[in-house]
Each structure stands twice: as C-alpha cells, then as structure tokens.
Design a protein around this ligand. Structure first.
Ligand code: PAF
Length: 278
C-alpha cells in the first residue's frame, strides 16, 4: 500500500498499477470507520485495484467550525487500510486538488432542492467539485459511496450520467453500531451523554413502518420529530418522507413507488443524518 501525499506521488504510484482499466475508488474525508471499510472491501472484491482518497474538502463545508473540528486521523486511517487490499491511499494537499479557486457550478438536476440542499447552501456543488476532480485524477471504473449520505449518492449518480463519466457508481448499505446508530466520523465528536442518546434517532425512525397505515406522511414525520425531541440531548432539524428517485417530499403514501425517510438531528453542535427505506 502506497500513501501518496501529493499529485506527483499519486502519479508515480498510479503508473505502477497493472490494470488501470479496473480501478475501484473509495473517496473519503478520513476518520475512517467500519462504514468506510465496508466500501473498501466491496471495491477489493470487485476490482483489480483499490484507491482510497482521504481529503477533507473545504468547498463542501458551509460551516467554518464544522471544517475546523472535522476529525483528522491520517495515521490511524492508514493503519486500518493496511489490513484491506488497498493499492494507493491518496491524501493530497488542498493545492493538489484546487491549484486555483474552483468556480464551477454544476447542474444537479434539482436534486439539491430538498433535504440537505437548502440547509447547507453550496454543499453539494462542493461535493461535485471535489468528486469530479478526484475522478479525473484516479480514473476509476467503479466508485463506492455509502447510503448514509442518501442524497449525495443520488446527486453523484446524476452528474456522473450528465457529464458522461465512464464509471459505475456503487451505493452501499448503511453500517450501524450494535445499538442502531449509523456509523459516522462525526460520532467521535459526541459527548458521552449525546452518544448514549443518539441511538434514539434510528429507533424512532423505525416506528414509521407501523405508523404508515394510520397517518399521512407529514403527520408521521411530525410524530417522529416530536418523539426524537423528547430526548433533551437531541433536536430534530427535519424529518421528511420522500420519493427515493426524485428526492421530493411526498404528500400521500401512493405518490411514489420507492419511499425513503430521511432526517437531520442536532446533538449540538454535532449534526447527525440518517435515513431508512420504507
Ligand atoms: O461522503 C464524503 O465523505 C464526502 O462528501 C466525499 C464524497 C468524500 C467528498 O468529499
């Protein structure tokens, strides 16, 4: 496993890969956990080579404090990846990814009009900037993304198709702690009291299945939000039941074939997101 910390180091390591047409790519911002490792394993299973990038992308943070406190644990990350079949860890500097300011504005097909989009202005455009830049450098055949960021996966699929990138996006299921909390790098920022409260989010979301027969989608969302907020450590920002294909919140249960319930909940100042299929 080679750890490339500059574009030049990556180019050197890349030139030594035997089968460049069959690269699996796992883009990450580091602070790796079992969720990331499941993506890496999926890539190793499918592809001749696996490249993992570790880059805390400044252009997708709309909150300076979130960018500053985002956990950075390169050494521990590399130790974890040593145990997987990874060929290259690409941990570039900001200047390698953005030699000059990236002013590109992407067509995201309106998929950023809902959920995280309006609450984190510019976030998904920043994701598109970094992901396209990384795709141009790594040139993968497959790229693996976790469904915890359900909207991110939908948006990446959209612009990959729109821009004709010759690669396949592979969405991978959410990995949870044994108490149900979705694995996330931000979980390490929770206080012990918040960490103990956080599984209440997923447990509550699961109740949507039984409430579905009795209430409208908006009513179900309101009931769940109220229940989450009963825990003093938690504060729901939004819960929406959406059409999983267009990401549009639904009014009636038969408005869409594939339904997803997604939410963002504060354990201040940490913001946790989760989603389940319905
Ligand atoms: O999901 C993430 O960790 C990031 O948004 C990604 C895809 C690595 C882009 O910075």
């Amino acid at each position: 496993m080679i750890v490339a910390k500059t574009l030049a180091e990556f180019a050197q390591a890349y030139s030594n890969l035997e089968n460049k047409a069959d690269i699996g790519f796992v883009p990450t911002m580091g602070a790796l956990h079992e969720g990331h490792i499941s993506l890496v394993k999926e890539s190793a299973k499918r592809c001749s080579h696996t490249v993992v990038s570790i880059f805390v992308n400044p252009t997708q943070f709309n909150n300076k404090q979130d960018l500053e406190t985002y956990p950075r644990t390169l050494e521990a990350d590399c130790k974890l990846l040593e145990e997987c079949a990874v060929d290259i860890v690409f941990a570039p500097r900001v200047i390698d990814i953005y030699p000059q300011e990236d002013t590109r504005v992407f067509d995201l097909g309106g998929l950023d009009n809902y959920g995280e989009g309006p609450r984190r202005p510019g976030h998904f455009n920043g994701v598109a900037q970094v992901v396209t830049r990384l795709f141009d450098i790594v040139k993968p055949a497959y790229a693996f993304f976790g469904e915890k960021d359900f909207q991110q996966v939908a948006i990446i699929k959209y612009f990959v198709k729109d821009l004709n990138y010759p690669l396949t996006i592979v969405p991978c299921s959410i990995i949870r702690e044994s108490d149900g909390l979705a694995k996330s790098s931000r979980n390490t920022l929770l206080t012990p009291a918040q960490r103990a409260a956080a599984p209440h989010i997923y447990k509550t979301l699961c109740k949507a299945v039984e409430l579905k027969g009795k209430y409208s989608p908006k009513e179900v969302a309101a009931i769940l939000a109220k229940e989450i907020d009963e825990n003093p450590e938690l504060e729901t920002e939004y819960i929406e039941i959406i059409d999983a294909d267009t990401l549009r919140p639904i009014e009636n249960w038969n408005d869409a074939e594939n339904l997803r319930l997604w939410c963002a909940v504060y354990a201040r100042p940490v913001r946790l997101i989760d989603n389940i299929g319905l």
